[in-house]
Design a protein around this ligand. Structure first.
Ligand code: SAH
Length: 492
């Protein structure tokens, strides 16, 4: 397999700086041995105006089999010949990516002692790969590279040029160009996306693959429209690893958006405060409505799911009737702030024994959430993408099954009453949806029906005769101990 990287230059910024950036001198041809063959680096051209580095990987098919690494996805491990005669030596993208990561590891990390300033700045780049296995074809190649700032020139390689009627092979010829990326970015894109396109890892995918993916992709993957496909394929379609990676990427996103979000939350608080007629902020009404519901149901052991910075946890701590309080959030940063606000480290022993915070994602069932009297989801569901909501539903109502569940969410109808909110906007940038009263009711009633709960609805805040209250609350109470699926199983 073969790849070239070309850059152009000026007398002040010679293209031959590429040699410094890659840590490989343009005058030498170098060879590096890897466990599966030899990687060669050489420069077909090295002028001030234009410089090209080439990476050629010679895979040793025999070594590959001896090391037990020849069993790619779709390959038949027992077919003795197929172990030796396959396309891996010519088109092994995943091996190639490993070689790329090994031979250009400093460049990938963006480290360059000789030219630090150049390592950090974008440069004109052209990457060519004459034969790249691409499951998904030219269309997927474009979908993967274009959002990252590459101009993509890709065409399918025909199976046989003499017989065009045989159609295309699964290989493409690829040329990428960009003026906006650093070399480190470019290499990271290739390191992740070449194996994704090949879709056949040559080695067993272990959990530390997630670390590798985070190191190479953490900074750009979250914003990629094909994040899910990339993550899933990179991790050889193993769901448990994909989930872990998606959760970690979610944390990266939260960490990135934090500051602007804090600002927006401040704005939202201001918007709420602007409502002169309302002496108490809506958030206070919300917490009071939640506490009332919990008291009515005699809940003592309470989960605050999506607890954020711990405002409700603090209120719960004030009342001795709540003997065990657990705050759960996906955001480590929110939990850190919560723990600081609650002064968890300075709390007396008895108080501290009542409260716990831990990180978890509500998209997955979690044994730690079982056996509580009540769970609160205060302004949380609207932060999940709608397709992820059934997973939360199952995790809370199907698996954790607390006796009481309190769910609050904005009432979208009320938005016309917020003076500072432009028409048709949600209240917070991170809200994936906001529901009308009817939409919320329909969801909540279906959830209750599916999981053996009864449900009642309560307004929170000023209940406008036309558009209803700003916040809507659903109070679920467990009526049967068996889930509908369990009941069906019993009935059958
Ligand atoms: N309950 C708090 C915070 C609401 S903001 C309150 O009423 O003020 C929504 C919170 O849900 C955020 O802290 C966010 O990190 C958390 N969250 C979003 N998606 C989540 C998920 N999948 N699992 C756990 N928490 C999540």
């Amino acid at each position: 397999m073969f790849l070239t990287v070309t850059t152009t230059g000026t007398p002040e910024r010679p293209a031959t700086d590429l040699g410094f950036l890659l840590h490989k001198h343009p005058d030498n041809a170098q060879a590096f041995s890897t466990s599966f063959g030899t990687a060669h680096v050489f420069y077909p051209e090295a002028e001030k105006q234009r410089c090209t580095a080439a990476l050629l990987l010679e895979v040793d098919a025999v070594a590959l089999v001896r090391r037990g690494k020849g069993k790619g996805r779709g390959g038949a491990p027992d077919a003795a010949l197929a172990q030796y005669v396959n396309d891996r030596p010519y088109a092994a993208s995943s091996l190639f990516a490993v070689a790329l990561g090994k031979v250009f590891s400093s460049a990938m990390r963006g480290v360059c002692k000789a030219r630090p300033e150049r390592a950090a700045e974008p440069l004109p780049l052209r990457v060519e790969i004459p034969a790249l296995p691409a499951r998904g074809g030219p269309d997927l190649v474009r979908r993967l590279f274009e959002p990252l700032g590459w101009a993509v020139d890709v065409e399918a390689v025909p199976l046989d040029t003499e017989f065009p009627e045989w159609g295309d092979s699964r290989y493409v010829r690829l040329a990428l160009e960009s003026e906006t990326l650093t070399l480190s970015n470019a290499l990271r894109h290739l390191y992740v996306l070449l194996p994704v396109l090949d879709d056949a890892k040559h080695y067993w995918v272990s959990p530390d693959e997630v670390d590798k993916l985070m190191r190479a992709g953490g900074a750009w993957l979250y914003h990629h429209p094909e994040m899910r496909l990339i993550t899933h394929r990179y991790l050889s379609r193993r769901w448990s690893l994909t989930r872990e990676a998606m959760d970690r990427l979610e944390l990266v996103r939260l960490a990135e958006t934090d500051d602007s979000e804090v600002e927006e939350i401040d704005n939202a608080v201001e918007a709420e405060a602007e409502q002169e007629a309302r002496p108490t902020p809506l958030a206070v009404h919300r917490r009071e409505a939640i506490l009332t519901a919990l008291r009515e149901h005699g809940a003592a052991r309470v989960l605050d799911l999506g607890c954020g910075e711990g405002h409700l946890v603090r209120e719960l701590l004030k009342e001795p009737r709540f003997t065990e309080i657990v705050g759960v959030d996906v955001s480590v940063r929110a939990l850190t702030i919560a723990s600081r606000r609650l002064k968890l480290d300075r709390m007396g022993e008895r108080q501290a024994a009542r409260v716990r915070l831990f990180q978890g994602s509500l998209g997955y069932t979690d044994k730690r959430l079982k056996g509580y009297d009540a769970a609160v989801l205060s302004e949380v569901i609207e932060h999940l993408d709608l397709p992820r909501l059934p997973a939360l539903e199952y995790a809370v109502f199907g698996a954790a099954r607390p006796g009481t569940v309190v769910v609050t969410t904005p009432n979208a109808e009320y938005n016309v009453r917020w003076e500072s909110l432009p028409a048709g906007h949600v209240r917070h940038r991170d809200h994936r949806f906001e529901w009308t009263r009817e939409e919320f009711r329909a969801w909540a009633e279906a959830v209750a029906e599916r999981h053996g709960y009864g449900v009642e609805f309560r307004p929170v805040g000023d209940d406008d005769p036309e558009v209803g209250p700003p916040t809507q609350l659903a109070l679920f109470t467990l009526t049967t101990t068996a889930t509908s699926t369990e009941k069906e199983a019993k009935a059958a």
